[in-house]
Design a binder for this molecule. Structure first.
Ligand code: ATP
Length: 461
């Protein structure tokens, strides 16, 4: 069975993910995407964008500035209420997130409960909660801790008495631009806006690798509907999001829906798509929220700008209701990577193979000369590599024996390896002008004409 420790070690070893600021000892909750990681990340973003913008005639995209007028975060409720319950070990001062620690001992609690409710539950159970650092079980009273990260953009007083905030979530930029989009883009309700953007949270205990970070990216869609016309599109969006993961190869047995038990006061409904992460078990991958008119009403109140929508046919005026999907890129990355990571028997030994959908694979094709010490094979392989890399991410490799080169590409999920051999150059051979193309999953080879190679590989990816 695969474990998260194995996946973390793999990510470092093969240049997918590095601990942030590692040479300084590492920073909690920060990670860097390495050379293969950034390719996989970008391919996930492209696939998400294609599904949520390109293939949907009534969705448009956006990329809003990270810094926003500070009132944004007051209106959204983040300044007042974007907080997690924190308690500190009386012995070693390690901080824990109370609701998550209670959940670990199967006591239902979440950050949406009132401070008083949480305090009562924590008091009743805190003697069972062991400090993850020193093992003691003595805790301070839980306090709500605001997760917004402050900055000082444009504030030169060094007092920071009027902080601007880094985004606590990416989607606020969509609400701030809703009117611009309605006024300039010929969209009509119902319509959607999609955005990928950074978010920052002062998470009390960043943990579980990419799962809970202090800096991460979110991919959000906000679908604007006429009031009370939310139910049907909500069900459709929920199913579409689930189908998207399955369509890109995630095993449906590792995915499930979970409805929220506690809703924030304005919400109609909220569901998560959960993934069965190795070692961690099922946990939230993506949130799908039916948010009524809360967001636009709040921004209308705080900005003083009329955010009513006027129906172009009937002239009816209303504040649209919003259906939201929100997913962290890190959690998506981990989902696709964990699901694809496979250790299987091959020949006399084992191979690690990343069975990623070709659309997501960091490298689409690797080109090898059969032998390194045959200049004519190397030259032809280089020529093919130069041709293919105009169209797709490719790698050239002539290092080590061919079996090792295959294994290296299997590990990073490259769908096809292209081998230039003696037949390729031998005018008397029926295989003259062809190369061997080896499939990552079946390990079978077919001969392909060099002239057709680019088109065939392009179709695969
Ligand atoms: P959680 O309950 O795990 O803290 P949340 O319900 O607060 O998550 P949202 O605010 O709804 O999460 O954020 C939407 C999505 O952003 C989540 O479904 C998740 O994929 C991602 N996300 C949230 N917090 C983090 C984090 N600290 N690190 C990485 N991804 C995150």
């Amino acid at each position: 069975m695969k474990t998260m420790d194995e996946i973390i070690a793999f990510c470092k070893r093969r240049g997918f993910i590095y601990q942030g600021s590692e040479i300084y000892g590492g920073e909690a909750g920060l990670y860097d995407f390495g050379p293969y990681g950034v390719e996989l990340l970008n391919n996930i973003k492209k696939a998400w964008w294609r599904s949520n913008v390109q293939l949907k005639s009534n969705y448009v995209g956006l990329d809003s500035a990270m810094f926003k007028n500070p009132k944004t975060w007051v209106a959204s409720g983040h300044v007042g209420g974007f907080a997690d319950p924190l308690s500190e070990c009386k012995n070693c001062h390690t901080r824990i997130r109370v609701d998550k620690e209670l959940a670990k001992i199967n006591v239902a609690a979440d950050e949406k409960m009132s401070e008083k409710e949480l305090q009562e539950i924590f008091d009743a159970h805190k003697s069972q909660i062991k400090c993850p650092s020193c093992g003691e079980k003595t805790w301070t009273e839980p306090k709500m801790f605001n997760l917004l990260v402050k900055s000082n953009l444009g504030d030169f007083t060094e007092q920071n008495d009027a902080p601007v905030y880094l985004p606590g979530e990416a989607c606020q930029g969509i609400y701030l631009n809703y009117k611009n989009i309605v006024d300039t883009c010929r969209v009509k309700v119902p319509f959607g806006v999609a955005q990928i953007g950074k978010a920052f949270r002062n998470e009390i205990s960043p943990r579980n690798f990419l799962f809970r970070c202090r800096e991460f990216e979110q991919a959000d869609t906000q679908y604007f509907v006429r009031p009370h016309e939310n139910e049907e599109p909500y069900q459709k969006i929920k199913q579409e999001r689930m189908d998207w993961y399955v369509g890109l190869g995630v095993n449906p047995e590792n995915l499930r829906f979970k409805q929220h038990e506690h809703l924030v006061f304005y919400a109609n409904d909220a569901w998560d798509i959960e993934y069965n992460f190795p070692s961690y078990g099922f946990d939230e991958l993506e949130g799908i929220h039916d948010r009524t008119d809360y967001d636009l009403t709040q921004h209308m109140k705080y900005s003083g700008t009329d955010l009513n929508y006027t129906d172009p046919g009937s002239g009816e005026k209303y504040i649209p209701w919003i259906l939201e999907t929100s997913v962290g890129l890190g959690r998506m990355f981990l989902t696709f990577l964990c699901d694809a990571y496979t250790v299987e028997r091959a020949g006399d030994g084992e191979r690690v193979v990343l069975k990623l959908d070709p659309e997501l694979a960091p490298i689409k094709a690797a080109v090898f000369p059969l032998l390194k010490n045959k200049p004519e094979l190397v030259a032809k392989a280089r020529e093919i590599y130069d041709m293919l890399s105009q169209k797709m991410m490719c790698e050239f490799d002539d290092n080590g024996n061919i079996g090792k080169r295959y294994r290296r590409q299997d590990e990073i999920g490259t769908p096809s390896c292209v081998v230039v051999d003696f037949d390729t150059l031998d005018e008397t051979s029926p295989n003259f002008g062809t190369v061997a193309v080896r499939n990552r999953d079946t390990m079978e080879q077919v001969r392909v004409k060099i002239d057709e190679l680019s088109e065939i590989l392009d179709r695969l990816a």
